[in-house]
Design a protein around this ligand. Sequence first.
Ligand code: HEC
Length: 137
Amino acid sequence: MKRKARAKLGMALVVLAWLTVAFIAFSPVRSTTAQEQERDGTISTLIPSEDGEKIYQQKCQICHGIEGKGDGPVASALKPPPADFTSSQLMDSLTNEDLLETISKGRGSMPGFAGVLKPEETAAVIEYIRSLDDREE
Ligand code: HEC
């Protein structure tokens, strides 16, 4: 009886953990400017490029890591592991079109973000992950 209850609690915790990951990864991005514009009744069409970092932190960091090294909190559970954006060798081999396609459609255990990020948000996040290149340090 007790063991069963504990097993149920364990399952509930696993489900809760995944829901949390899904919630963080798939909730819409709200930048301050977008919030302000929404309050003012206008719709934002362009977002400043510094929002790329904010989007990255909200949508990508959990897998790709704070510095983009592919070492986020859930990375060790993923095979193949998340891409390392600090590798100039990797990033040089990818065009912006390649990045756009992977981010939009997803790959392996990475979900696609086509329905989550607006085109300009995807562009901003691509600009940001390119800035993580190890040559910048
Ligand atoms: C649930 C974890 C997860 C999240 C969230 C996630 N990724 Fe990934 N990402 C991965 C994994 C795992 C791979 C490697 C997939 C493979 O090669 O099979 C990957 C690969 C990539 C690649 C491919 C690099 C290459 O080698 O072509 C790009 C680009 C990328 N991610 C960008 C992003 C961006 C930008 C975000 C946020 C908008 C993001 N990812 C969010 C897990 C994630």
